[in-house]
Design a protein around this ligand. Structure first.
Ligand code: FAD
Ligand code: SF4
Length: 512
């Protein structure tokens, strides 16, 4: 970068651009003028606390370096601090202090950081006039979400999603939803029973910077979780756009139908695999939603696909962010079900005989990715019914996925998966037995356990752990309207059956 040239002059303000703000339209850059110095820094603290997946580190750092190069080519004044620069002090706030002193700056601009901890640290900086600007990449600002919430006991995602659809005029026909229905969820649940053609995973050739960063990560963070190769991710906007375009052309039409389906050896299914780029700034949610809507209308893509896809971005993604900012910092420590077990070792090494978990963990280790149903109904469901403690599980999810940033990971893990927020986010726990996994996947065929058996050493552990979870949490869950039917079934179990469930669960949990 232009360090030598920059050292000869002074600047009035620093514009800090973080690793998940890699967009030329980012709101902080709108304050750029000739007296501004853009600062980007790689800091060791953010790589090692916690110790992120190696592929995730390559992705974040290579995308940052490529973005800095782009700004440099466009003649912005930019100072880029690399991880192994001698004077690098290792965290954001000390770097801001060091650079502001070096260049005599007393004003700092930045787009609101996505993480509560970072925002708090920056707000506590002394000696600088700090200007935090709204992140207008989102459809809904944190302020608007708070207003939407007002004093409601909870916010139902579906209500919020309809509000967003109307407000932004997406998939609308006048005042009514396109196709006459708001939600095509019922048409998003087909499994794949016969052989079908699933498009190959997209693979972006590694550019020079990515190759350089791969070597750096290999050398510095070799002991971290996961594999660097195959490194298939895009680290520039051009590459991210290529992946999104391929999704529209090759996967979009089947996305809706097979959104919840899982198949052995198929790591990406018909999913878009764009969360990485939406979260680090290479793609913008508004462009993705607008282009998906237009593409669907121009190419006769079924409403179950386009509505299903847009619901994830305009609905879920905005909703979890709203909840994060509404509920932090207390959110992080919630544990309504008082779950206390430690995360089993196989979440780290993938060595388990439960085939559904083995497949989802293989995807996680190899690709730093797992699609939604693997995250929710396999890895999440297992942790819920095995009573894994929320802090440990959320740290694991934050480490292992290349798209994981706390604002999106935490509400999904704590709220959606673990019901640790007492149902603020999800109306009921997403707990299920092996039957659901067998219905939506072919994992059970090659598993040591028998999904049809309810108890005993060969029974699918999801079967007894599921009922064990319901038994243990009866007092807390029985009054949930959506759990009444299942508790009516449980109430009919004989004492013998209840004991068998509890004894099998105890044995299994003791051995993991
Ligand atoms: P697709 O299935 O193609 O969906 C399209 C887009 O919708 C995604 O790219 C994503 O931006 C958005 N989206 C879908 N579901 C959600 C959701 N529940 N919350 C927020 N956005 C959503 N997503 C992350 O981006 N980062 C995370 O750290 C993360 N952690 C998760 C943890 C758990 C336990 C669960 C259940 C879900 C998590 N998700 C997370 C949501 C979702 O699983 C991923 O966004 C998705 O799997 C990414 O793959 P994709 O781009 O192929 O998604
Ligand atoms: Fe998973 Fe049970 Fe099926 Fe095995 S039998 S793959 S453990 S659901």
């Amino acid at each position: 970068m232009q360090v030598e040239k920059l050292e000869k002059r002074k600047f009035k303000k620093i514009i800090l651009v973080m690793g998940d703000q890699l967009s030329e339209n980012i709101s902080s850059l709108k304050h750029y003028d000739e007296d501004s110095l853009i600062l980007m820094c790689e800091v060791i603290n953010e790589c090692t606390t916690p110790k992120h997946h190696k592929k995730k580190l390559v992705f974040i750092l290579a995308a940052m370096r490529n973005f800095a190069n782009l700004l440099n080519e466009k003649k912005y004044n930019i100072l880029y601090v690399k991880l192994d620069d001698k004077q690098n002090t290792g965290n954001f706030t000390s770097e801001i202090n060091r650079i502001s002193k070096n260049y005599n700056c007393n004003v700092l601009y930045l787009t609101e950081p996505s993480e509560y901890r970072v925002l708090a640290d920056i707000q506590n900086l002394n000696g600088l006039n700090v200007n935090i600007i709204e992140d207008d990449r989102f459809f809904c600002s944190t302020k608007e979400f708070k207003e939407f919430h007002q004093d409601k006991k909870t916010i139902i995602m579906e209500n919020f999603y309809r509000f967003m659809r109307k407000k932004h005029n997406i998939l609308m026909s006048g005042n009514k939803p396109l196709g006459g229905k708001w939600n095509f969820d019922q048409e998003n649940r087909e499994s794949i029973k016969t052989k079908i053609n699933i498009p190959e995973r997209d693979f972006i050739n590694n550019d020079k910077i990515t190759v350089e960063v791969k070597a750096l990560v290999e050398q510095k963070f070799n002991h971290h979780f996961g594999n660097i190769e195959p490194f298939y991710l895009a680290t520039t906007r051009v590459g991210a756009l290529e992946i999104f375009n391929n999704f529209l052309k090759n996967r979009f039409s089947s996305f809706g139908k097979f959104q919840d389906a899982m198949l052995e050896g198929e790591d990406f299914m018909f999913h878009a695999h764009i969360s990485f780029y939406l979260n680090n700034g290479l793609l913008e949610p508004k462009e993705v939603v607008t282009r998906a809507e237009k593409f669907a209308l121009d190419n006769n893509i079924g409403l179950n696909s386009v509505e299903g896809f847009i619901r994830q971005i305009l609905g879920w993604r905005e909703y979890v962010r709203g909840i994060y900012w509404l509920k932090m910092p207390d959110y992080k420590t919630q544990n309504f079900l008082n779950a206390k077990n430690n995360l089993p070792d196989f979440y780290w090494d993938g060595k388990t005989e439960l085939n559904c978990l083995k497949e989802s963990l293989r995807n996680t280790i190899e690709n730093s990715y797992a699609h939604h149903i693997q995250r929710l109904m396999i890895l999440g469901n297992f942790a819920l019914i095995s009573e894994i403690n929320p802090l440990e599980l959320s740290e694991w999810y934050l480490i292992v996925y290349a798209d994981a940033f706390e604002w999106v990971e935490l509400p999904n893990v704590l709220g959606m998966v673990l019901f640790a927020d007492e149902g603020f986010l999800a109306t009921k726990p997403y707990a299920s037995s092996g039957a659901y996994i067998n219905k939506m996947s072919n994992y059970c065929k090659n598993c040591k356990y028998d999904v049809k058996l309810k108890n005993g050493p060969n029974a699918c552990p999801f079967n007894y752990l599921y009922w064990n979870f319901l038994i243990k949490n009866k007092d807390k869950l029985i009054n949930n309207q959506r759990m009444r039917m299942i508790y009516a079934v449980l109430n009919k179990f004989s004492t013998e059956k209840l004991e068998e469930i509890q004894s099998d669960s105890k044995k299994f949990l003791k051995n993991i």
